[in-house]
Design a protein around this ligand. Structure first.
Ligand SMILES: Cc1ncc(COP(=O)(O)O)c(C=O)c1O
Length: 382
């Protein structure tokens, strides 16, 4: 008999739908893909060059489990440059993807039965990761009319006996981000109740307004594990590189989880990532410019189509609401119209009747896809 715990974990619905879209494409069917969770730009050439150089230079063996010092120093330098925040390189661990950093953080922070608060709609992997680490998930409401901001009153009601709050902003799937005042309230509540915060800021560089990192709140630094990575910012999803920033005690314990599971992140990818941090600001700006243009376009079109939605503050996702079940709509869209989307229900309570649309396709394709969605809605309502 296999593990009950693992058997109960659902497959990642986002990865499943993306795989379905890829299969249709392989059959020669032209799919309009609003489902992808990754940028559509080619990884910067500086990174590719450095990958080759690093292999030539023998970065082909195990790396230290916390990651190469040069990369950890470059990340610390980036936080100084972007946010004027001092991070010691010993407070950083490099991981194979941000997902692994989240797993290691949750495994390090939780004892069996510990309660973890997650505002929803939320990214699909938080709940399974908490469950794999024997934690208990309690969802916290968000307020859609306020751009899916966390419902502070609901947080107040639930926080007392909690161990950890998972925040993600800019948010996948809603595009929600936070002002300083709201973050202040969240921090105060967590400090009063001795609750850790995992702040997943992997979309911090894909923003349409200023991002405020949680690390800014110095007095809470010991309670914060910040998650970030290279997948989204530098279009490096396949390279699998992420990191966590936290106090040294937490990082050193996470390093033990890493040592005994994946050993380390890929050596030559770590070296190439230094070039991403030091030479690729132009790339981040170019991508941001393009996503801003696409976001303006899609939200304008959704307005014209009278489809309810909140204008995202960051990420490359928009999360419109419909009068039909998201699963049914997404299924009809892929089967009949070859438009791949992710049903909002996959992101937990609050996601019902929504679709997550990724704008990681050119504007012409967005336009074509929206027309097909309109057609499909008409057909479903008749
Ligand atoms: C909110 C969020 N956190 C973490 C990740 C994981 O990113 P990585 O590719 O670095 O594992 C994703 C990827 O989709 C994400 O959307």
């Amino acid at each position: 008999m296999l593990s009950d715990k693992v058997l109960k974990i659902p497959k990642s619905s986002t990865l499943q739908i993306t795989a379905k879209a890829k299969t249709l494409k392989q059959k020669g069917i032209d799919v309009i893909n609003f489902a992808a969770g990754e940028p559509d730009f080619k990884t910067p050439k500086e990174v590719i060059t450095e990958i080759n150089n690093a292999i030539e230079n023998n970065y082909i063996y195990y790396a230290p489990s916390k990651g190469y010092l040069e990369l950890r120093k470059a990340i610390a330098e980036k936080y100084r440059e972007l946010y004027n925040i001092n991070v010691d390189h010993e407070e950083i661990i490099i991981t194979p993807g941000a997902k692994q950093a989240i797993f290691e953080a949750v495994a390090t922070l939780l004892n069996p039965g510990d309660k973890v608060l997650i505002p929803t709609p939320c990214w699909v992997s938080y709940e399974p990761i908490v469950k794999l680490c024997d934690g208990v998930v309690e969802f916290v409401k968000t307020i859609e009319e306020e751009g899916f901001k966390i419902d502070i009153e609901d947080l107040e009601r639930k926080i007392a006996d909690s161990k950890l709050l998972i925040l993600n902003y800019p948010n996948n799937p809603t595009g929600c981000s936070y002002d300083e005042k709201t973050l202040r309230k969240v921090i105060d509540l967590c400090l009063e109740n001795d609750v850790y915060i995992l702040s997943d800021e992997i979309y911090d560089r894909i923003t349409f307004e200023k991002h405020i990192t949680l690390l800014k709140f110095k007095e809470a630094r010991d309670k914060i594990v910040l998650i970030n990575g290279f997948s989204k910012t530098y279009s490096m999803t396949g390279f699998r590189l992420g990191y966590a920033i936290a106090n040294r005690k937490i990082i050193d314990e996470m390093a033990k989880v890493q040592e005994h599971t994946v050993s380390c992140a890929v050596s030559f990818v770590q070296i190439a990532a230094i070039a991403a941090l030091k030479k690729c600001e132009y790339f981040v700006r170019m991508m941001n410019y393009e996503y801003r243009k696409r976001m303006e376009y899609i939200t304008k079109r959704l307005n014209e189509m009278n489809i309810s939605h909140i204008k995202p503050k960051g990420t490359f996702y928009v999360f419109p609401k419909f009068n039909v079940n998201g699963f049914k709509l997404a299924e009809r869209l892929i089967e009949k119209y070859h438009v791949a989307t992710i049903p909002g229900e996959a992101f937990g309570p609050g996601g019902e009747n929504h679709l997550r649309l990724s704008i990681t396709i050119p504007i012409e394709k967005i336009e074509e896809g929206l027309e097909l969605i309109e057609k499909c809605l008409k057909e479903m309502s008749s």
